[in-house]
Write a protein that binds this ligand. Sequence first.
Ligand SMILES: [Zn+2]
Length: 266
Amino acid sequence: MSYEELMNEYKETLNKYNKTLNQYTEALNKYNETKNEYKETIIENENLRLENNNLKRLLFGVKREYTPQKAQEETSIQCSLFDDELKELDEEIQKQIEENVEEVTVYKKKKSKERKSGIKKSELKNIEIEVKEYDINKEERCPVCDGELKEVSKEVVRQEIKYIPGKFVLTNYVQYTYKCKECGGKNSDNASFVFMKTRVPKPVITHSFASPSLATEVIYQKYYIGVPLYRQEKMWDDRGLVLPRNMMANWNIKISEYYFNKICEL
Ligand SMILES: [Zn+2]
């Protein structure tokens, strides 16, 4: 091999080496960035959790604080990703938690009987069922090509339990899906299918069967009449509806956060 050939090969290798080095540096920078973001998220998460617990305690007077031991366990699981590097941070978070948690009540979780919430099976056959269908206007056309629409499916997207003193009504919200007859077809300019779903009103609380009337009754009983949730649980049960107390508590929290806070701020 001539000197020139050797030199060329050497240069090539050097270039390759430099390229790899650049890639490595870039990756390292990204890693450091992600690590920092991760650290910040953990701290923010802990702060939010503490704040949430304090708020719950203020709202319901229940001392539902977790113990620092438990927090340590959870944090150490999260940190196992970066092990040593995050040990320092771990201690930092521990300190923060210990400073923030003044009073610790060990909360023993009762082994609750697994009961599915909702209308009791024995009551279901007698219940009044209401169906609300949300279909499109007959004149509506494809937003892409103005083609004719064809109904593809219709489904119950959510259920709500309405409370009318003395009885419950189960409301099924039906959503329609339409597909454009033209789009995605051989003769269409648009290669992809176009689907349209009809608009269905949003629930009071997401992913919940609480209707405005049912949620109102729970709040009315608790805060106006003064019936504690454990007694309400029994009351609803007698009427044929399984409403676990933690579910009702959750409704109260969500509703006060979503709706009443805005009124308070006025
Ligand atoms: Zn179309």
